[in-house]
Design a protein around this ligand. Structure first.
Ligand code: ZN
Length: 276
């Protein structure tokens, strides 16, 4: 397991963590100021400043990417399926332009037909996979906590995400894997066994914390160390499985969005070094 206590060379900041403090260029500047080496941008934040300008700002700051957020939403109704597929192609092309190591997929929620929704997700990912392979940008399925099954993602466990990978890419030819976020997976009784199973399919590792009580199921994530997740134990499993990439801080929080950008980054660095 890597020793993170001496520096923050493997820290990445998911730009949603700072979305209310400034635009993407301001976030990139702030990360560079704190000698952070990587970011994971969101599509809307890239679009707000323009793809070319964003790519240049990231490049000029010497930042790598730990992922690109996000594609997916495969459970669109029939009238919107083509638009969804076109949008996912654009997401892959943007990820390629930005040099992202993966496109994170939030797969879409389910109406009453949960098995049907899950089949649509597998079909949608399968349809995207050839373009992902051709672009050199693998797809990272992010299982979300089951509280989001209706509105965001009906893939809710690491096992489910890996079953989709095994079905669509049985010989592990690349182009498909998982993004594991401690917020979504910490409660799962078989998470460590599934992380071991995932092995090299782990394309991204996201950290934050689970607050008790949680005031809002979307925008009240905690800073690492402020909640109940045993983050080092999960990181140990992820790294034992072979993951050696960036550790991405992804916090959607009204509390942290109202703090000054430098205070948030200083805290992220301190907690990364002490409790991740
Ligand atoms: Zn995440």
């Amino acid at each position: 397991m890597r020793d993170l206590s001496n520096d923050h060379r493997w820290l990445s900041i998911n730009t949603a963590t700072l979305r209310k403090q400034g635009d993407l260029c301001a976030i990139v500047d702030a990360c560079a100021r704190h000698e952070i080496r990587a970011v994971a941008p969101w599509r809307d934040q890239i679009a707000a400043v323009g793809l070319d300008r964003a790519a240049k700002a990231i490049r000029d700051a010497g930042l790598a990417l730990s992922g690109y957020c996000r594609g997916g939403l495969f459970t669109a109704d029939a009238a919107h399926v083509q638009a969804m597929r076109d949008d996912n192609r654009r997401a892959l092309d943007e990820a390629h332009t930005l040099g992202a190591p993966c496109l994170v997929l939030v797969v879409g929620g389910s109406s009453r037909d949960l098995p049907g929704a899950r089949q649509m997700v597998a079909d949608g990912i399968g349809a995207m996979l050839p373009h992902a392979r051709a672009s050199g940008v693998p797809l990272a399925i992010e299982p979300l906590h089951p509280m989001y099954a209706a509105d965001r993602a009906c893939v809710n466990t690491t096992r489910q995400a890996l079953d989709i990978c095994d079905r669509l890419d049985p010989h592990n030819e690349g182009g498909l894997g998982v993004a594991l976020d401690v917020f979504h997976i910490w409660w799962d009784f078989e998470v460590h066994a599934q992380i071991a199973r995932a092995g090299r399919r782990i394309l991204a590792f996201h950290v934050c914390d689970w607050l008790v009580p949680m005031r809002d199921m979307l925008n009240d994530r905690g800073m690492m160390g402020d909640g109940v997740i045993d983050i080092p134990r999960l990181r140990e499993s992820v790294e034992a499985a072979g993951f050696d990439g960036f550790i991405e801080v992804e916090i959607f929080s009204e509390r942290w969005w109202s703090a000054p950008i430098d205070d948030v980054l200083t805290t992220c660095i301190a907690r990364y070094r002490s409790v991740v």
